[in-house]
Design a binder for this molecule. Structure first.
Ligand SMILES: [Zn+2]
Length: 484
């Protein structure tokens, strides 16, 4: 596609995001909703769709779905209706999926994904949020020449969040997804992990001549396994459509699969293609009628969302907007920081440690922050020991590394590893004398008046003491030991 051609066209994107709700059990039965269990161990007559088994709605799933809808500024409907979405697919044992159709749980929300240069907010409308259940999973690599089916996911509770076609670039879509993920994570409704399949994205994309308002024919792009894949897939599909339109062709409405390795979209094989769904009301479930006072209570119980938290953290801890932005990228990290800042009474040190050592260690360990072995109270204790000069800053980093390995408290590690700061004259004199003996040339130059060598010699003493020597006292003692 030439640059000129792309400038004549505008990308129009709407996203459908499926999010797994953070419930212990499935949407319509008591089976565990955990990810990663051995195949077909979390199943029962209801989610296997054995004859006569009846679904019972999981109230916790409703509560989380309502919380998500309110966090996205949607209007929750007092009555919504479950529907059967009929289609045949091997991993769908019932032959239909329980979903919602013409009367969804919630509608008409929005997300503010940024602002224009003049400060006008950029909003993406949210058409609807509805509840549904997940299907099972076809496993193609388990048996040679045969497909296996794992039904552990069948019946896991999801919400589908459908946006308006309000995004105009891959970057807009990326911003929307990152913000959506952040809000769902903060509100505690989902783990929002793309790796574990708890957040999945389908994109509807079309191209139209810039300045026109009519929507072009759209395609649906599936099979994207990261936000950057979504952005690349949108650019590739838009380029394909524009090239087609430029050459006088027309876009066919169809399902496209993203091939990340080739960097291109290709039409889905017919069996992966979108189906002509038939919907009708689910006869085994009554309409979902919500007490609007209960809905309001769920709304009040939603934890602080990222935007509000950023503003408050800038005020409470006197940190920069940029630092607040980085810290609130994940709910867990900002909570961790706040806990350390409060317990240590030292927000500045807490910020340095959380952005530095803690982030690095958490990334290296590849664990979520709430499973990180050094708890906020333990880090706060270490910061107190630095402030009270029980350990030096250098030694504190060694203590921290051991705390990550062992999960032991700071004071215990410092004692066990002999990392407390040593201010005892006898010990310091011992180290200083050794350094002077081991470095006779430097010692001689220092004695003859080359005072700038003081720093070098103090550094050697610090190294010999493994960071434990109190540098202030070493500086005091060194001149007299050199003369001795
Ligand atoms: Zn079940």
């Amino acid at each position: 596609m030439s640059a000129a051609a792309s400038a004549d066209y505008e990308m129009v994107v709407g996203l459908e995001v499926h999010v797994q709700l953070k419930t212990r059990t499935k949407a319509f039965c008591g089976c565990s909703a955990d990810f990663g269990a051995p195949p077909n161990t979390n199943v029962c007559p209801v989610c296997l769709a054995l004859p006569g088994a009846l679904p019972v709605l999981n109230q916790h799933a409703v509560e989380l779905a309502v919380g998500a809808a309110l966090a996205l500024d949607c209007k929750v409907n007092a009555t919504s209706v479950f529907a059967r979405k009929n289609y045949f697919y091997p991993d769908l044992p019932k032959g239909y999926q329980i979903s919602q159709y013409d009367r969804p749980l919630a509608e008409k929300g929005w997300l503010t994904i940024g602002e224009l240069d003049d400060g006008t907010p950029v909003r993406v409308g949210i058409t609807r949020v509805h509840m549904e259940e997940d299907a099972g999973k076809s496993v193609h690599d388990r048996y040679a020449g045969a497909t296996a089916i794992d039904l552990n996911r069948a019946g896991v509770p999801l919400i589908e969040i459908v946006s308006e076609p309000d995004m105009r670039s891959a970057a807009d879509a990326g911003a929307y997804l990152r913000l959506l993920k952040q809000i769902l994570s903060y509100s505690g409704v989902s783990d929002v992990s793309m790796e574990a399949g708890s957040l999945r994205v389908d994109a509807n994309v079309s191209a139209r001549i810039r300045g026109t308002t009519e929507l072009g024919t759209k395609t649906e792009v599936k099979n994207m396994n990261s936000f950057s894949a979504v952005e690349r897939a949108l650019d590739a599909e838009f380029a394909r459509q524009v090239a087609l339109l430029e050459s006088g062709g027309t876009v066919t409405q169809q399902t496209m699969l993203w091939d990340g390795a080739k960097g291109e979209t290709r039409p889905a094989r017919s069996k992966e293609e979108s189906h002509d769904y038939r919907y009708f009301p689910e006869p085994d479930l009554p309409p979902l009628v919500l007490d609007m006072e209960w809905v309001a209570r769920v709304g009040r119980a939603i934890p602080e969302l990222p935007d509000a938290r950023r503003k408050r953290m800038i005020e409470d801890y006197e940190i920069s907007a940029a630092d607040a932005e980085l810290l609130t990228a994940s709910a867990g990290m900002s909570e961790y920081f706040e806990a350390v800042a409060r317990a240590s009474l030292d927000p500045k040190a807490a910020l340095n440690w959380v952005m530095g050592e803690v982030s690095a260690a958490v990334n290296a360990a590849g664990v979520p922050i709430d499973e990180f072995p050094v708890r906020p109270a333990d880090l706060a204790e270490l910061l107190r020991m630095v402030r009270e000069e029980v350990v030096s800053h250098t030694a504190a980093k060694r203590v921290f590394a051991r705390m990550v390995e062992t999960g032991k408290p700071a004071a215990q590690v410092a004692a066990e590893e002999g990392l407390q700061k040593v201010g005892d004259d006898a010990a310091l004199v011992g180290w200083i004398d050794e350094v002077l003996l081991e470095n006779p040339a430097e010692a001689a130059r220092y004695r003859s008046g080359e005072t700038k060598l003081q720093g070098v010699l103090v550094g050697l003493v610090m190294k010999k003491s493994k960071g434990r020597a109190d540098p202030r006292k070493v500086n005091q003692l060194l001149p007299e030991r050199a003369r001795a």
